[in-house]
Write a protein that binds this ligand. Structure first.
Ligand SMILES: *Cc1c(COP(=O)(O)O)cnc(C)c1O
Length: 330
């Protein structure tokens, strides 16, 4: 047994709305991983169930991780670490690290639970793994027991959270909670550091949830993510030998202008979907991924009438910190 602690409120609901079916022209099921918890919710919590279990087994007392300034992963890590009695050190990327911290959205929550934040530049970000490793060594020399979690919690161990999520979906299918007791045709989700994509691909195959998974890139490109996802899949197989093939596709048609920047069309789409469904998608991850699904349906990559499972991976705190970007639309 691979150690796992209980952090997320599971199983998360599966939701199907007539308005979304009509809008997209497919049978669209939303897996509500945006409600894996309260403020700590989102996809990262599933990975942290495995990552923090390992940290506890190693008797760590401080976790180090990194991300963009409004990182959902850093926030989930800070909150979960506080819950298990550990300190956290977050390396957050800023255009200008001399600027004061914006005390909004995820950053507000990080500070609220006492996370130590180290602002790093875009240049320093390239050396993030080394930076965290060096900081861990320095903490050790001062008598602490550090545990480093990579960007997004995306390594083989963290990805097991999404293998388990696919087991959960399989149980929901078997219980009749996903309409007809048939697998889905596609699982679609946002991809930012590759751990979710690796776990979903491995789990969808192992538990026969869908023959194909689509990782919607929110930055970088197809080649970058294929390399990362393949490496995480190999790592996961090293931990769990029962994991087999993992057919997945990376789609970067909806990555938008830049990481954490959505196009005007994408923002208008997010507003429109919110008004017709009551569901909130964020401009960094889930809004782009759902927009990507609409494009894939238009292209025919995802045929009309398909049975689609869309993973809602969270991101609400980042949305709440980004109101100005929506000023002309709302
Ligand atoms: C981190 C994140 C993702 C992407 O997951 P990865 O495993 O990092 O690829 C998607 N959606 C939200 C809301 C996230 O915070």
């Amino acid at each position: 047994m691979i150690p796992r602690i209980h952090l997320a409120h599971l199983p998360t609901p599966l939701l199907r709305l007539r308005a979304l079916d009509e809008r997209f022209g497919v049978e669209l099921w939303i897996k509500r991983d945006d409600v894996t918890g309260g403020a700590e919710a989102g996809n990262k919590l599933r990975k942290l169930e495995f990552l923090l279990a390992r940290a506890i087994a190693e008797r760590a007392d401080v976790v180090l991780t990194c991300g963009g300034i409004q990182s959902n992963h850093a926030r989930a890590t800070a909150l979960a670490a506080a819950r298990v009695g550990m300190r956290s050190v977050l390396f957050l990327r800023m255009q200008d690290p001399r600027e004061p911290l914006p005390l909004t959205g995820n950053v507000m929550l990080d500070r609220l639970v006492g996370a130590e934040i180290r602002r790093i530049s875009v240049d320093e970000w390239r050396e993030r793994d080394l930076l965290m490793q060096n900081a861990a060594v320095a903490l050790e020399q001062r008598g602490a027991r550090p545990f480093v979690i990579p960007e997004g919690g995306s390594n083989g161990l963290g990805s097991l959270g999404y293998v388990e999520a696919m087991r959960e979906v399989r149980e929901q299918i078997d219980l009749g909670l996903a309409g007809t007791p048939k697998p889905f045709d596609f699982v679609v989700h946002a991809c930012g550091s590759g751990g979710t994509a690796a776990g979903v691909a491995l789990g969808a195959s192992k538990h026969q949830v869908a023959p194909k998974t689509i990782a919607m890139a929110v930055c970088d490109d197809v080649a970058y993510f294929q390399k990362r996802i393949d490496r995480i899949i190999e790592e996961a197989r090293g931990i769990d030998r029962t994991l087999g093939a993992a057919p997945y596709v990376v789609d970067d048609a909806a990555k938008g202008p830049a990481y954490a920047v959505a196009s005007e069309e994408q923002k208008a789409f997010i507003v429109d979907v919110a008004r017709s469904s009551g569901l909130l998608f964020d401009p960094v991850y889930t809004g782009k991924a759902l927009f990507g699904l609409a494009l894939a349906i238009k292209r025919g990559t995802v045929p009309l009438g398909s049975r689609v499972l869309f993973l809602h991976t969270g991101g609400l705190p980042g949305l709440l910190a980004d109101g100005e970007a929506f000023r002309t639309l709302i």
